[in-house]
Ligand binder design. Structure first.
Ligand code: PNW
Length: 449
Protein backbone atom coordinates (compact mmCIF):
# COMPACT_ATOMS: atom_id res chain seq x y z
CA UNK A 1 0.00 0.00 0.00
CA UNK A 2 1.10 3.56 -0.63
CA UNK A 3 0.15 6.85 1.06
CA UNK A 4 -3.32 7.70 -0.22
CA UNK A 5 -3.19 11.43 0.37
CA UNK A 6 -0.55 14.14 0.63
CA UNK A 7 0.73 14.63 4.17
CA UNK A 8 1.43 17.87 6.02
CA UNK A 9 4.83 18.70 7.43
CA UNK A 10 3.55 17.26 10.72
CA UNK A 11 3.03 13.90 9.00
CA UNK A 12 -0.78 13.82 8.95
CA UNK A 13 -3.31 14.08 6.14
CA UNK A 14 -5.15 17.40 5.99
CA UNK A 15 -8.34 17.47 8.09
CA UNK A 16 -7.08 14.80 10.47
CA UNK A 17 -9.37 14.77 13.52
CA UNK A 18 -8.17 15.01 17.10
CA UNK A 19 -10.35 13.92 19.98
CA UNK A 20 -10.90 12.18 23.27
CA UNK A 21 -13.19 9.29 24.20
CA UNK A 22 -15.20 8.47 27.31
CA UNK A 23 -18.03 6.10 28.22
CA UNK A 24 -21.26 6.57 30.13
CA UNK A 25 -20.91 4.15 33.03
CA UNK A 26 -17.28 5.06 33.60
CA UNK A 27 -17.83 8.79 34.15
CA UNK A 28 -21.49 9.71 34.62
CA UNK A 29 -22.39 8.59 38.13
CA UNK A 30 -25.97 9.64 38.88
CA UNK A 31 -26.78 5.95 38.90
CA UNK A 32 -30.32 6.49 40.18
CA UNK A 33 -30.80 10.09 39.06
CA UNK A 34 -33.92 11.12 37.15
CA UNK A 35 -35.26 7.62 36.63
CA UNK A 36 -32.16 5.66 35.54
CA UNK A 37 -32.43 1.99 36.51
CA UNK A 38 -29.53 -0.46 36.98
CA UNK A 39 -27.38 -1.85 34.20
CA UNK A 40 -25.53 -5.15 34.40
CA UNK A 41 -22.52 -3.17 35.66
CA UNK A 42 -24.46 -1.72 38.62
CA UNK A 43 -25.31 -5.32 39.45
CA UNK A 44 -21.73 -6.53 39.09
CA UNK A 45 -20.45 -3.71 41.31
CA UNK A 46 -22.71 -5.01 44.07
CA UNK A 47 -21.31 -8.54 43.90
CA UNK A 48 -18.63 -9.46 46.43
CA UNK A 49 -15.09 -9.49 45.13
CA UNK A 50 -15.69 -8.57 41.48
CA UNK A 51 -14.35 -5.00 41.55
CA UNK A 52 -11.09 -3.86 43.18
CA UNK A 53 -11.68 -2.14 46.54
CA UNK A 54 -15.42 -2.72 46.18
CA UNK A 55 -15.63 0.37 43.94
CA UNK A 56 -18.81 1.15 42.01
CA UNK A 57 -19.86 3.57 39.25
CA UNK A 58 -22.55 5.09 41.50
CA UNK A 59 -20.86 8.50 41.54
CA UNK A 60 -17.81 8.03 39.27
CA UNK A 61 -16.78 11.51 37.99
CA UNK A 62 -20.30 12.86 38.58
CA UNK A 63 -20.22 13.91 34.94
CA UNK A 64 -24.02 13.69 34.90
CA UNK A 65 -24.02 16.88 36.98
CA UNK A 66 -20.61 18.35 36.10
CA UNK A 67 -20.69 17.99 32.30
CA UNK A 68 -20.37 21.77 31.64
CA UNK A 69 -17.00 21.79 33.44
CA UNK A 70 -15.93 18.73 31.44
CA UNK A 71 -16.94 20.35 28.15
CA UNK A 72 -14.83 23.37 29.12
CA UNK A 73 -11.87 21.01 29.61
CA UNK A 74 -12.48 19.57 26.13
CA UNK A 75 -12.61 23.05 24.70
CA UNK A 76 -9.30 23.87 26.36
CA UNK A 77 -7.69 20.99 24.48
CA UNK A 78 -8.86 22.39 21.14
CA UNK A 79 -10.52 19.12 20.13
CA UNK A 80 -12.29 18.38 16.87
CA UNK A 81 -14.22 15.40 18.25
CA UNK A 82 -15.73 14.14 21.48
CA UNK A 83 -16.65 10.45 21.45
CA UNK A 84 -19.05 9.45 24.25
CA UNK A 85 -21.67 6.77 24.84
CA UNK A 86 -25.34 6.88 25.76
CA UNK A 87 -26.42 4.89 28.81
CA UNK A 88 -29.22 2.66 27.56
CA UNK A 89 -30.74 2.32 31.08
CA UNK A 90 -30.96 6.11 31.35
CA UNK A 91 -33.13 6.56 28.27
CA UNK A 92 -34.99 3.22 28.43
CA UNK A 93 -34.73 2.23 32.10
CA UNK A 94 -36.01 -1.29 31.49
CA UNK A 95 -34.27 -1.58 28.14
CA UNK A 96 -37.49 -1.42 26.14
CA UNK A 97 -40.96 0.02 26.49
CA UNK A 98 -41.25 3.15 28.64
CA UNK A 99 -39.02 6.00 27.53
CA UNK A 100 -37.40 8.23 30.20
CA UNK A 101 -37.63 11.84 28.99
CA UNK A 102 -35.30 13.14 31.70
CA UNK A 103 -32.64 10.69 30.65
CA UNK A 104 -33.01 11.73 27.01
CA UNK A 105 -32.82 15.38 28.09
CA UNK A 106 -29.37 14.85 29.60
CA UNK A 107 -27.84 13.91 26.24
CA UNK A 108 -29.64 16.85 24.60
CA UNK A 109 -27.86 19.18 27.00
CA UNK A 110 -24.56 17.37 26.55
CA UNK A 111 -24.72 17.35 22.74
CA UNK A 112 -25.76 21.00 22.59
CA UNK A 113 -22.92 21.96 24.92
CA UNK A 114 -20.36 20.02 22.90
CA UNK A 115 -21.57 21.63 19.66
CA UNK A 116 -21.47 25.09 21.24
CA UNK A 117 -17.83 24.42 22.14
CA UNK A 118 -17.18 23.84 18.44
CA UNK A 119 -16.65 20.10 18.90
CA UNK A 120 -18.20 17.33 16.81
CA UNK A 121 -20.09 14.76 18.96
CA UNK A 122 -19.52 11.09 18.05
CA UNK A 123 -22.19 8.97 19.68
CA UNK A 124 -21.56 5.35 20.61
CA UNK A 125 -24.75 3.44 21.36
CA UNK A 126 -23.31 0.68 23.53
CA UNK A 127 -20.35 0.83 25.86
CA UNK A 128 -21.25 -2.18 27.99
CA UNK A 129 -24.10 -0.90 30.22
CA UNK A 130 -26.91 -3.27 29.22
CA UNK A 131 -30.11 -2.58 31.19
CA UNK A 132 -30.38 -5.20 33.93
CA UNK A 133 -34.01 -5.83 32.97
CA UNK A 134 -32.84 -7.09 29.56
CA UNK A 135 -30.25 -9.38 31.13
CA UNK A 136 -33.09 -10.76 33.23
CA UNK A 137 -34.78 -11.65 29.92
CA UNK A 138 -31.67 -13.49 28.73
CA UNK A 139 -29.35 -10.65 27.71
CA UNK A 140 -27.17 -10.97 24.61
CA UNK A 141 -27.42 -14.79 24.49
CA UNK A 142 -31.14 -14.29 23.76
CA UNK A 143 -31.80 -13.78 20.04
CA UNK A 144 -34.37 -11.08 20.84
CA UNK A 145 -31.54 -8.86 22.02
CA UNK A 146 -30.76 -7.80 18.43
CA UNK A 147 -34.27 -6.35 18.12
CA UNK A 148 -34.09 -4.65 21.52
CA UNK A 149 -30.89 -2.97 20.39
CA UNK A 150 -32.39 -1.87 17.06
CA UNK A 151 -35.35 -0.25 18.86
CA UNK A 152 -33.04 1.53 21.30
CA UNK A 153 -30.90 2.72 18.36
CA UNK A 154 -34.02 4.10 16.64
CA UNK A 155 -34.95 6.09 19.75
CA UNK A 156 -31.50 7.70 19.88
CA UNK A 157 -31.49 8.41 16.13
CA UNK A 158 -34.89 10.11 16.28
CA UNK A 159 -33.86 12.20 19.22
CA UNK A 160 -30.27 13.17 18.39
CA UNK A 161 -29.96 12.56 14.64
CA UNK A 162 -30.61 16.22 13.83
CA UNK A 163 -27.36 17.18 15.60
CA UNK A 164 -25.25 14.02 15.70
CA UNK A 165 -23.94 12.72 12.37
CA UNK A 166 -21.22 10.33 13.54
CA UNK A 167 -22.54 7.11 15.02
CA UNK A 168 -20.94 3.95 16.36
CA UNK A 169 -23.04 0.90 17.11
CA UNK A 170 -20.85 -0.81 19.73
CA UNK A 171 -17.63 -0.34 21.65
CA UNK A 172 -15.25 -3.31 21.66
CA UNK A 173 -17.55 -6.20 20.78
CA UNK A 174 -14.90 -8.78 21.61
CA UNK A 175 -13.95 -7.41 25.01
CA UNK A 176 -17.42 -7.34 26.49
CA UNK A 177 -18.51 -10.68 25.02
CA UNK A 178 -15.28 -12.52 25.87
CA UNK A 179 -14.90 -10.99 29.34
CA UNK A 180 -18.66 -11.19 30.04
CA UNK A 181 -19.49 -14.71 28.79
CA UNK A 182 -16.20 -16.65 28.66
CA UNK A 183 -13.83 -15.13 31.24
CA UNK A 184 -15.50 -13.70 34.34
CA UNK A 185 -13.94 -10.22 34.05
CA UNK A 186 -16.98 -8.23 32.92
CA UNK A 187 -20.71 -8.19 33.48
CA UNK A 188 -22.67 -10.41 33.49
CA UNK A 189 -19.78 -12.71 34.41
CA UNK A 190 -20.89 -15.97 32.81
CA UNK A 191 -18.35 -18.62 31.76
CA UNK A 192 -20.16 -20.82 29.28
CA UNK A 193 -19.39 -21.77 25.68
CA UNK A 194 -22.97 -21.73 24.43
CA UNK A 195 -23.82 -18.38 26.07
CA UNK A 196 -20.61 -16.94 24.66
CA UNK A 197 -21.26 -18.12 21.09
CA UNK A 198 -24.85 -16.91 21.16
CA UNK A 199 -23.79 -13.55 22.56
CA UNK A 200 -21.21 -13.14 19.76
CA UNK A 201 -23.74 -13.91 17.05
CA UNK A 202 -26.59 -11.82 18.46
CA UNK A 203 -24.32 -8.82 19.03
CA UNK A 204 -23.21 -9.11 15.40
CA UNK A 205 -26.86 -9.22 14.32
CA UNK A 206 -27.64 -6.22 16.54
CA UNK A 207 -24.80 -4.33 14.86
CA UNK A 208 -26.09 -5.06 11.34
CA UNK A 209 -29.64 -4.09 12.27
CA UNK A 210 -28.34 -1.00 14.06
CA UNK A 211 -26.43 0.16 10.97
CA UNK A 212 -29.65 -0.08 8.92
CA UNK A 213 -31.63 1.85 11.53
CA UNK A 214 -29.06 4.64 11.71
CA UNK A 215 -28.91 4.97 7.91
CA UNK A 216 -32.71 4.98 7.66
CA UNK A 217 -33.28 7.58 10.35
CA UNK A 218 -30.28 9.92 10.28
CA UNK A 219 -29.85 11.91 7.08
CA UNK A 220 -26.14 12.11 6.22
CA UNK A 221 -25.15 9.61 8.90
CA UNK A 222 -21.52 8.52 9.04
CA UNK A 223 -21.70 5.05 10.58
CA UNK A 224 -19.05 2.81 12.04
CA UNK A 225 -18.22 0.44 14.84
CA UNK A 226 -15.44 0.41 17.39
CA UNK A 227 -13.24 -2.68 17.53
CA UNK A 228 -10.49 -3.64 19.93
CA UNK A 229 -7.55 -5.01 17.98
CA UNK A 230 -4.15 -5.99 19.29
CA UNK A 231 -1.77 -8.70 18.20
CA UNK A 232 -1.99 -11.89 20.30
CA UNK A 233 1.30 -13.64 21.04
CA UNK A 234 1.83 -16.98 22.79
CA UNK A 235 3.15 -16.58 26.31
CA UNK A 236 5.67 -19.41 25.74
CA UNK A 237 6.98 -20.72 22.48
CA UNK A 238 5.15 -24.05 22.75
CA UNK A 239 2.55 -25.73 20.52
CA UNK A 240 -0.05 -25.48 23.28
CA UNK A 241 0.46 -21.74 23.79
CA UNK A 242 0.56 -21.14 20.03
CA UNK A 243 -2.81 -22.90 19.71
CA UNK A 244 -4.18 -20.80 22.58
CA UNK A 245 -2.96 -17.61 20.91
CA UNK A 246 -4.52 -18.53 17.57
CA UNK A 247 -7.92 -19.15 19.17
CA UNK A 248 -7.79 -16.01 21.31
CA UNK A 249 -6.79 -14.07 18.18
CA UNK A 250 -9.86 -15.39 16.34
CA UNK A 251 -12.11 -14.30 19.22
CA UNK A 252 -10.38 -11.05 20.03
CA UNK A 253 -9.51 -9.69 16.60
CA UNK A 254 -11.77 -11.36 14.04
CA UNK A 255 -15.09 -12.64 15.45
CA UNK A 256 -16.74 -9.26 14.81
CA UNK A 257 -14.97 -7.36 12.00
CA UNK A 258 -14.78 -10.47 9.78
CA UNK A 259 -18.53 -11.21 9.62
CA UNK A 260 -19.39 -7.49 9.60
CA UNK A 261 -17.02 -6.52 6.80
CA UNK A 262 -15.98 -9.73 5.03
CA UNK A 263 -19.21 -11.73 5.44
CA UNK A 264 -17.93 -14.77 7.34
CA UNK A 265 -16.77 -15.93 10.76
CA UNK A 266 -13.07 -16.78 11.13
CA UNK A 267 -12.29 -20.46 10.46
CA UNK A 268 -11.46 -21.33 14.06
CA UNK A 269 -14.91 -20.19 15.25
CA UNK A 270 -17.17 -20.84 12.26
CA UNK A 271 -18.01 -24.44 13.09
CA UNK A 272 -18.92 -23.85 16.73
CA UNK A 273 -21.09 -20.85 15.96
CA UNK A 274 -22.92 -22.44 12.99
CA UNK A 275 -25.78 -23.93 15.10
CA UNK A 276 -26.89 -20.40 16.07
CA UNK A 277 -26.73 -18.88 12.58
CA UNK A 278 -30.11 -18.75 10.81
CA UNK A 279 -30.78 -18.23 7.14
CA UNK A 280 -30.23 -14.62 6.18
CA UNK A 281 -28.21 -13.74 9.29
CA UNK A 282 -24.85 -13.40 7.57
CA UNK A 283 -26.34 -11.04 4.98
CA UNK A 284 -27.93 -8.96 7.75
CA UNK A 285 -24.65 -8.72 9.64
CA UNK A 286 -22.45 -7.77 6.69
CA UNK A 287 -22.59 -4.02 6.10
CA UNK A 288 -20.07 -1.77 4.46
CA UNK A 289 -19.74 0.87 7.18
CA UNK A 290 -18.21 4.30 6.62
CA UNK A 291 -15.33 3.94 9.06
CA UNK A 292 -13.46 1.48 11.23
CA UNK A 293 -12.94 2.47 14.86
CA UNK A 294 -9.77 1.01 16.35
CA UNK A 295 -9.12 0.83 20.08
CA UNK A 296 -5.54 -0.20 20.68
CA UNK A 297 -3.38 -0.33 23.80
CA UNK A 298 -0.68 -2.95 23.30
CA UNK A 299 -0.10 -6.60 22.41
CA UNK A 300 -1.74 -9.32 24.52
CA UNK A 301 -0.46 -12.77 25.44
CA UNK A 302 -2.24 -16.11 25.56
CA UNK A 303 -1.50 -19.33 27.39
CA UNK A 304 -2.93 -22.81 27.27
CA UNK A 305 -5.34 -23.55 30.14
CA UNK A 306 -7.32 -26.79 29.93
CA UNK A 307 -9.71 -25.60 32.65
CA UNK A 308 -10.71 -22.40 30.88
CA UNK A 309 -13.96 -22.11 28.89
CA UNK A 310 -12.18 -22.49 25.54
CA UNK A 311 -8.85 -23.87 26.72
CA UNK A 312 -7.00 -20.56 26.61
CA UNK A 313 -6.39 -17.88 29.17
CA UNK A 314 -4.71 -14.51 29.41
CA UNK A 315 -0.94 -14.87 29.55
CA UNK A 316 1.74 -12.60 30.93
CA UNK A 317 3.91 -10.23 28.90
CA UNK A 318 7.66 -10.99 28.96
CA UNK A 319 9.40 -9.68 32.09
CA UNK A 320 11.75 -7.51 30.08
CA UNK A 321 9.02 -5.80 28.04
CA UNK A 322 8.65 -2.04 28.33
CA UNK A 323 5.52 -1.61 30.53
CA UNK A 324 3.25 1.14 31.82
CA UNK A 325 2.86 1.81 35.56
CA UNK A 326 -0.10 -0.61 35.61
CA UNK A 327 1.86 -3.33 33.81
CA UNK A 328 0.43 -3.06 30.28
CA UNK A 329 3.13 -3.60 27.62
CA UNK A 330 4.23 -0.54 25.64
CA UNK A 331 4.89 -1.71 22.09
CA UNK A 332 4.39 1.02 19.49
CA UNK A 333 5.61 -1.13 16.56
CA UNK A 334 2.61 -3.44 17.12
CA UNK A 335 0.32 -0.41 16.77
CA UNK A 336 2.02 0.65 13.53
CA UNK A 337 1.67 -2.89 12.11
CA UNK A 338 -1.97 -3.10 13.24
CA UNK A 339 -2.86 0.11 11.38
CA UNK A 340 -1.14 -1.07 8.19
CA UNK A 341 -2.75 -4.52 8.43
CA UNK A 342 -6.23 -3.10 9.02
CA UNK A 343 -6.02 -0.93 5.93
CA UNK A 344 -5.14 -4.00 3.85
CA UNK A 345 -7.74 -6.33 5.38
CA UNK A 346 -10.87 -4.19 5.70
CA UNK A 347 -10.12 -1.26 3.38
CA UNK A 348 -11.96 1.36 5.41
CA UNK A 349 -10.88 4.75 6.77
CA UNK A 350 -9.60 4.19 10.30
CA UNK A 351 -10.24 6.35 13.33
CA UNK A 352 -8.19 5.45 16.38
CA UNK A 353 -11.12 5.72 18.77
CA UNK A 354 -9.05 4.82 21.86
CA UNK A 355 -5.36 4.88 22.72
CA UNK A 356 -3.84 5.90 26.01
CA UNK A 357 -2.09 4.71 29.13
CA UNK A 358 -3.18 3.83 32.65
CA UNK A 359 -1.11 4.98 35.61
CA UNK A 360 -1.25 5.69 39.32
CA UNK A 361 -1.04 9.47 38.92
CA UNK A 362 -1.00 11.62 42.03
CA UNK A 363 -1.29 15.35 42.57
CA UNK A 364 2.03 16.62 43.96
CA UNK A 365 2.76 19.30 46.58
CA UNK A 366 2.60 22.01 43.95
CA UNK A 367 -0.87 20.85 42.93
CA UNK A 368 0.43 19.38 39.66
CA UNK A 369 0.33 15.96 38.06
CA UNK A 370 3.54 15.17 36.21
CA UNK A 371 2.58 12.14 34.17
CA UNK A 372 5.80 11.91 32.18
CA UNK A 373 5.26 8.23 31.39
CA UNK A 374 1.93 9.01 29.73
CA UNK A 375 3.52 11.74 27.62
CA UNK A 376 6.20 9.25 26.61
CA UNK A 377 3.55 6.66 25.71
CA UNK A 378 1.52 9.14 23.64
CA UNK A 379 4.68 10.34 21.88
CA UNK A 380 5.75 6.80 20.99
CA UNK A 381 2.25 5.86 19.80
CA UNK A 382 1.61 8.98 17.72
CA UNK A 383 5.06 8.49 16.16
CA UNK A 384 4.13 4.89 15.32
CA UNK A 385 0.83 6.11 13.85
CA UNK A 386 2.71 8.57 11.63
CA UNK A 387 4.99 5.78 10.44
CA UNK A 388 1.91 3.74 9.54
CA UNK A 389 0.36 6.68 7.71
CA UNK A 390 3.58 7.23 5.77
CA UNK A 391 3.46 3.55 4.82
CA UNK A 392 -0.10 3.94 3.48
CA UNK A 393 -2.38 3.24 6.46
CA UNK A 394 -5.62 5.18 5.97
CA UNK A 395 -5.86 6.80 9.41
CA UNK A 396 -8.16 9.84 9.66
CA UNK A 397 -8.31 10.62 13.38
CA UNK A 398 -6.94 9.87 16.84
CA UNK A 399 -8.90 10.02 20.11
CA UNK A 400 -7.14 9.65 23.44
CA UNK A 401 -8.59 7.40 26.12
CA UNK A 402 -9.49 9.27 28.16
CA UNK A 403 -10.45 12.83 29.05
CA UNK A 404 -10.86 12.04 32.76
CA UNK A 405 -9.63 9.45 35.22
CA UNK A 406 -12.65 7.20 35.57
CA UNK A 407 -14.18 3.93 36.75
CA UNK A 408 -11.85 1.40 35.14
CA UNK A 409 -14.21 -1.61 35.28
CA UNK A 410 -12.81 -4.53 37.33
CA UNK A 411 -9.88 -2.48 38.57
CA UNK A 412 -12.11 0.24 40.00
CA UNK A 413 -10.64 3.71 40.39
CA UNK A 414 -7.02 2.67 40.95
CA UNK A 415 -5.97 2.78 37.28
CA UNK A 416 -6.02 6.31 35.97
CA UNK A 417 -6.22 6.88 32.19
CA UNK A 418 -7.18 10.58 32.16
CA UNK A 419 -5.50 13.62 30.68
CA UNK A 420 -7.29 15.19 33.64
CA UNK A 421 -6.88 13.92 37.20
CA UNK A 422 -10.05 13.45 39.25
CA UNK A 423 -10.04 13.59 43.05
CA UNK A 424 -12.90 11.24 43.85
CA UNK A 425 -13.49 12.79 47.31
CA UNK A 426 -13.92 16.35 46.12
CA UNK A 427 -14.53 15.79 42.36
CA UNK A 428 -11.81 18.37 41.72
CA UNK A 429 -10.40 18.15 38.20
CA UNK A 430 -6.67 18.84 37.70
CA UNK A 431 -5.24 18.96 34.19
CA UNK A 432 -2.17 16.70 34.06
CA UNK A 433 1.05 17.54 32.20
CA UNK A 434 -0.22 15.27 29.40
CA UNK A 435 -3.24 17.58 28.96
CA UNK A 436 -0.95 20.49 28.06
CA UNK A 437 1.17 18.17 25.91
CA UNK A 438 -1.87 17.01 23.89
CA UNK A 439 -3.22 20.55 23.51
CA UNK A 440 0.14 21.71 22.13
CA UNK A 441 0.48 18.62 19.92
CA UNK A 442 -2.90 19.29 18.31
CA UNK A 443 -2.06 22.94 17.84
CA UNK A 444 1.23 22.12 16.11
CA UNK A 445 -0.38 19.50 13.85
CA UNK A 446 -3.01 22.03 12.77
CA UNK A 447 -0.45 24.78 12.21
CA UNK A 448 1.28 22.46 9.71
CA UNK A 449 -1.86 22.12 7.54
C1 PNW B 1 -11.09 -0.48 26.81
N1 PNW B 1 -7.32 -5.68 27.37
O1 PNW B 1 -11.19 -1.75 27.36
C2 PNW B 1 -12.45 0.15 26.99
O2 PNW B 1 -13.09 0.53 25.81
C3 PNW B 1 -12.49 1.25 27.99
O3 PNW B 1 -13.79 1.33 28.51
C4 PNW B 1 -11.43 1.05 29.03
O4 PNW B 1 -11.52 2.00 30.07
C5 PNW B 1 -10.09 1.12 28.34
O5 PNW B 1 -9.98 0.17 27.33
C6 PNW B 1 -8.89 0.96 29.27
O6 PNW B 1 -8.92 -0.30 29.87
C7 PNW B 1 -10.18 -2.69 27.33
O7 PNW B 1 -7.34 -6.50 28.29
C8 PNW B 1 -10.14 -3.58 28.37
O8 PNW B 1 -6.47 -5.75 26.45
C9 PNW B 1 -9.19 -4.57 28.37
C10 PNW B 1 -8.29 -4.66 27.34
C11 PNW B 1 -8.33 -3.78 26.28
C12 PNW B 1 -9.30 -2.78 26.29
Amino acid sequence: IAPSRPLTAAGYPRGFKWGVSTSSYQIEGGHDADGRLPSIWDTRCRMQGKIANGDTGDVACDHYHRYPEDIALMKGLGLDVYRFSVAWPRVLPKGKGRVNQKGLDFYDRLIDGVLEAGIEPWLCLYHWDLPQALDDLGGWPARDSAGWFADYAALCCQRYGDRVKHWATFNEFAVFTLFGYCIDWSAPGITDREAHLKAIHHVNLAHGMGVDVIRDLVPGAVVGAVHNRQVVWPEKDTDADRRAAALLDAHWNKAFPDPQLLGHYPDLIAESIAPYVKAGDMAQICRRTDWFGLNHYGPIFAKDDPNATWGFHWGAAPDDADKSDIGWPIWPAAFRDELIGLTKTYKLPIYVTENGMGGNDKVDDKGEVNDATRIRYLTLYTDAMKEAIAAGADVRGYYVWSLLDNFEWGTGYQNRFGLVHVDYETQKRTAKASYAWYRDYIKAARAAE
